[in-house]
Design a protein around this ligand. Structure first.
Ligand code: ZN
Ligand code: ZN
Length: 233
């Protein structure tokens, strides 16, 4: 059984706690340190992953490493990397780091595979060039940042336009996400959680119900200050 907890999501901070097969993982550590230690016992953590250097993901990277948590990152990785048979406190797991496009910033999606689950974590990207269709994902945490329909309404002469254009070029919108999800094997997928939603150009009901009705897989939308709202359960 997989347990996914969102402590924070979006441009102000990201941190998710994932439990699978009695293994505990921290995915990004961009929220307040106190919140992390209040929600997870660091002695039980098998691995922490920092996707890229932006502070909303990497804020507590050094602190975690300093406390002796085994850390991996997508910052110094520009090729597809497979780390096989890593020892967890219980059993083993494999990691795959998959480079994804996030403007000029190095960023990698992460795949964690153990005895019973295959989990994909992909945030802050507008494109994944790798074919991931060989993986039978059981759980997916993926960015759904904006609605193309909302962004399309912004006046080209407004101050917001330039900022939003940059956002579109480095983040994933709902329609882009459907194309990405369509390319994956979802036959074993039990849950899709949408993360890193924009506060200005996203809408959790539209996003959650649209993904649920397309795939008929329980869909969660992570909330900025923590927690997950579910659709279809
Ligand atoms: Zn971010
Ligand atoms: Zn970023």
């Amino acid at each position: 059984m997989v347990q996914i907890k969102c402590l924070a999501t979006g441009s102000t901070g990201n941190c998710y706690i994932l439990k699978s097969c009695n293994q505990t993982f921290i995915l990004d550590a961009g929220c307040k340190w106190d919140k992390i230690v209040a929600n997870v016992n660091l002695n039980e953590v098998d691995m922490a992953y920092i996707s890229h250097e932006h502070k909303d993901h990497s804020l507590n990277y050094k602190e975690l490493a300093f406390r002796g948590v085994k850390c991996f990152d997508g910052i110094n990785t520009q090729d597809f990397v497979k780390n096989e048979n890593l020892r967890a406190k219980q059993g083993q797991y494999s990691l795959y780091r998959v480079p994804i496009h996030h403007g000029k910033t190095n960023n990698c999606a992460l795949i964690i595979e153990n005895e019973s689950d295959c989990i994909l974590y992909a945030t802050d990207f507008n494109l994944c060039e790798y074919d991931l269709s060989e993986f039978k994902f059981t759980h997916i945490l993926v960015e759904c940042n904006y609605l193309e329909s909302m962004v399309g309404q912004i006046d080209k002469d407004s101050n917001d336009y330039f900022k939003v254009k940059r956002q579109i070029n480095t983040h994933m919108g709902l329609e882009g996400l459907k194309i990405f999800l369509d390319s994956l094997d979802l036959s074993k997928c039990q849950e899709i959680d949408l993360i890193h939603m924009s506060q200005g150009y996203g809408d959790s009901i539209t996003m959650g119900s649209s993904i649920y009705s397309r795939y008929r897989i329980i869909t969660g939308v992570c909330k900025q200050e923590g927690g997950i709202e579910y659709y279809g359960s």
